[in-house]
Design a protein around this ligand. Structure first.
Ligand SMILES: NC(=O)c1ccc[n+]([C@@H]2O[C@H](COP(=O)([O-])OP(=O)(O)OC[C@H]3O[C@@H](n4cnc5c(N)ncnc54)[C@H](O)[C@@H]3O)[C@@H](O)[C@H]2O)c1
Length: 412
């Protein structure tokens, strides 16, 4: 089959950027990204895209209206497509069996049913959503059980391995998308290459295994981090030494944020170069602070105020949304956000936080002034020289009298 029309169900963090790059690299192919959300599609068709990814604005500007389209007309998009990506959300289940652990597949199944109901000619259906092993077989069952005469499906599994905010860095050549090589830049390619010729279960197994390996790594380095804090060692040095072992490699051996009591939160996205806040450490840091009765001044270069309040007033985070409105204020820059604060917490590793004028910030803060560098991006010695008390992950710092700077005692 010659592919002339591609449709993607789901205009999210995966569907939007992936299809924009496909449109850029494959000008002869019409790429339509279809979503049920009117708001999301309106944003994709506006000057302010719903997702921040370095270089994405330029790509969309170049292709939108030529061979790249964003639409709510899911039916027409499916009808016209030769190849359909399923890139819909698979949130963690909040009720029933597997609550808090398992992926909720209702949107994937909903997408499969739509394809089955609408299709009038042969389709290649590519599952990109993160689904458990053998989920593609259930998509296959839905499609074949509802198959119309003369319509046949090829179902492929190509779970998304790209990480957000690395669009430019990966330089992935999506014109080779048909080869669909699975590659996870977060771990390294040596053990993780599989083509779509592999059985569906095997590719998904690979993806689940890769995620489990990542989780294991992060968990191990966070445990080591606690040991380093207690013993006075520097977890970065330990991670660097371990990373020299070529069987391990250095990626994902960076210790991440732990919670504590702080006032000015710099960064709310789950990592730099994205506006995505899902499962962001900042949410849990903020929750802890709210529980402790602290007030917070928050600044993030790319996360909108509305998003921050939606995250913090979610029922899983707080029971009294009014408390959030009362205790949290969102600012447009780091200087005003830190003004009058006792402490700054770096929750996201945005580059601009490295180059802030910390002398100026110090002058505007309450004394003693604390910095908790939850991302290990700042020059701690320079901050200590300026007068700050500095805490970071997995490293005991030199200022005398400072072991733990966070306490529920307002006098500290
Ligand atoms: N975000 C990432 O970095 C990343 C990385 C790897 C894998 N994944 C996986 O990729 C999948 C998509 O993730 P995302 O971050 O893009 O999700 P997202 O929540 O940003 O977007 C999903 C979109 O799908 C839409 N949708 C739901 N059902 C639909 C339907 N039947 N037809 C059309 N649109 C529909 C929703 O309205 C939503 O806009 C998930 O399974 C996720 O786990 C995400």
């Amino acid at each position: 089959m010659t592919i002339k029309n591609i449709c993607c169900l789901g205009a999210g963090y995966v569907g939007g950027p992936t299809c924009s790059i496909i449109a850029l690299k494959c000008p002869d192919i019409k790429v339509t990204v279809a979503d049920l959300s009117k708001e999301r599609i309106a944003q994709w068709n506006s000057e302010k895209l719903p997702i921040y990814e370095p270089g994405l604005d330029d790509v969309v500007q170049k292709c939108r209206g030529k061979n790249l389209f964003f639409t709510n007309d899911v039916t027409t998009a499916i009808l016209e497509a030769d190849l359909i990506f399923i890139s819909v959300n698979t949130p963690t289940k909040t009720i029933g069996n597997g609550k808090g652990r398992a992926a909720d597949l209702k949107y994937v199944e909903g997408a499969a049913r739509m394809i089955a109901n609408v299709s009038k000619n042969d389709k290649i259906v590519v599952e990109k959503s993160t689904v458990p092993v053998r989920a593609a077989e259930s998509i296959s069952r839905i499609l074949t059980a509802n198959q119309k005469p003369g319509v046949s499906y090829q179902i492929l599994s190509n779970p998304e391995f790209l990480a957000e905010a690395v669009c430019e860095a990966t330089g992935a050549d999506f014109s080779e998308v048909a080869r669909a090589i699975v590659f996870d830049s977060r771990i390294g390619s040596k053990f993780l290459q599989a083509s779509i010729d592999h059985p569906i279960a095997e590719v998904n197994q690979l993806f689940s295994a890769a995620n489990a390996m990542l989780a294991q790594r992060i968990s191990s380095i966070n445990s080591l981090s606690a040991v380093c804090e207690a013993t006075g060692a520097d977890v970065s040095e330990v991670a660097r030494a371990i990373g020299f072992d070529s069987r391990i490699g250095s990626k994902f051996l960076q210790a991440s944020i732990v919670s504590g009591k702080k006032i000015c939160i710099l960064g709310f996205a789950f990592k730099k170069n994205t506006g995505d806040t899902r499962e962001s450490p900042a949410i849990y840091v903020a929750k802890t602070l709210l529980d402790e009765g602290a007030s917070m001044k928050i600044y993030d270069p790319k996360v909108e105020e509305e998003r921050i309040f939606e995250d913090l007033t979610h029922p899983s985070i707080c029971e009294v949304p009014e408390q959030v409105r009362k205790h949290v204020t969102v600012y447009q820059d780091a200087y005003t956000a830190s003004e009058g604060c006792h402490a700054i917490v770096i929750c996201t590793e945005w580059d601009e936080f490295v180059t802030l004028d910390y002398n100026k910030i110090y002058d505007g803060m309450m004394k003693p002034a604390y910095v908790f560098d939850g991302r290990k991006i700042l020059d701690h010695k320079a901050l200590i020289d300026m007068g700050y008390h500095v805490q970071t992950i997995g490293k005991k710092l030199g200022r005398p009298m400072v072991t733990r700077c966070w306490s529920s005692n307002p006098a500290i």
